[in-house]
Design a binder for this molecule. Structure first.
Ligand code: ADP
Ligand code: MG
Length: 326
């Protein structure tokens, strides 16, 4: 199967919202008046972002999910995406599985595949997403103010826990491993929450590299500091609930490592004024995802991570290098 047959068979589909999709030299988008385009790219490289033997449908899902997560962080509604794909060989079953996982998530979000590029090479997937947001309403990293609450959506740390288990660093009960692996391989982009937080959150981003490091981006962009409650964040790991025997639990060190510095969570971390607590919870209910208050923005620069006793937590959980310049 040649390059063009492959594109036609797996990636060429009718478009409904875009003005022109796959098949010409450019795709065409027709933004609505008063809207801004939100654009983001994310690349997934074999060996770096996923294992070679990962289920292709899960990989297709994740490749788009991490991009939709960026739109969610900005409060943008997904419109369309392009797919640049390097494949070592044409394995029709593999590409079919990949396309199925990719396009199922695309359809769930009304996000159309409008173009891309296909080449032979080491497996590499680069997606660019296009979303829309009313002019001036995008959620940015720079709006956090002293006194604001800090929140995280959903769960934190399960993806990292799965990775630790797959690398043989920790043994998990089967059910916990499966749940954690699902979070690693099939993250849920919080698109509805991002939309619901427009006009409520003062700043937002998606947690891709680990909570404390990513939160550092908000603090730096906003020129503020924060205190984070590690007791609260340690509750957000979902897999722990699946430990059934009383003497099997996660070591606290691993728990903090996963929830504070884990990465691959694709949850939203955001800030909002304390006066908007009810509005935040209403947005969360509307979006169908829980949000948890995990800290407070402060004027004093730097990130202070506190344990349940109000004592500072060891620096290794906190990616403190990220904050050297605050
Ligand atoms: P060009 O030679 O003009 O760069 P290509 O031959 O690379 O165009 O691609 C032909 C058409 O197929 C274009 O519309 C392009 O956007 C689309 N396309 C190529 N690869 C993909 C892909 N992986 N997914 C979706 N569309 C693709
Ligand atoms: Mg061209």
């Amino acid at each position: 199967m040649g390059e063009f047959d492959l594109i036609r068979r797996f990636f060429q589909r009718p478009v409904h919202h875009a003005a022109l999709g796959v098949g010409d030299d450019c795709a065409l988008l027709a933004p609505q008046p008063g809207m801004q385009l939100a654009i983001s790219s994310d690349m997934l490289v074999e060996g770096r972002h996923f294992f070679a033997d990962v289920d292709p449908a899960a990989l297709g899902h994740k490749a788009l999910a991490v991009n939709l997560s960026d739109l969610a962080a900005c409060g943008a509604r997904p419109l369309a995406f392009t797919l640049a794909l390097a494949l070592p060989r044409v394995d029709e079953a593999w590409v079919g599985g990949f396309a199925q996982g990719l396009l199922a998530l695309a359809d769930a979000h009304g996000c159309e595949l409008i173009g891309g590029d296909t080449t032979q090479g080491p497996l590499n997937i680069c997606i660019t997403v296009f979303g829309e947001v009313p002019a001036g309403q995008a959620l940015l990293r720079s709006g956090a103010r002293p006194g604001d609450d800090i929140y995280a959506s959903g769960t934190l740390g399960d993806a990292r826990l799965a990775l630790e288990a797959m690398l043989g660093h920790v043994a998990l009960p089967l059910e916990a491993l499966q749940a954690a692996r699902r979070r690693l391989e099939r993250p849920t982009p919080r698109v509805a929450l991002g939309l619901a937080l427009r006009g409520i959150a003062s700043s937002a981003l998606d947690v891709s590299d680990g909570l404390t490091g990513d939160l550092g981006h908000i603090l730096r962009a906003s020129g503020v500091g924060a205190t984070l409650d590690a007791q609260a964040t340690s509750q957000l790991i979902a897999a722990r609930a699946l430990f059934t025997s009383p003497d099997s639990s996660l070591p606290p060190d691993l728990l903090h490592q996963c929830t504070l510095a884990g990465g691959d969570d694709y949850e939203l971390a955001f800030t909002a004024p304390a006066s908007r607590r009810e509005a935040v919870q209403e947005a969360a209910r509307h979006a169908g995802v829980p949000v948890t208050r995990i800290g407070t923005v402060e004027g004093t620069p730097g990130l202070r991570v506190m344990d349940g006793n109000g004592q500072p937590l060891a620096a290794r959980y906190a990616s403190f290098d990220h904050f050297g310049s605050i």
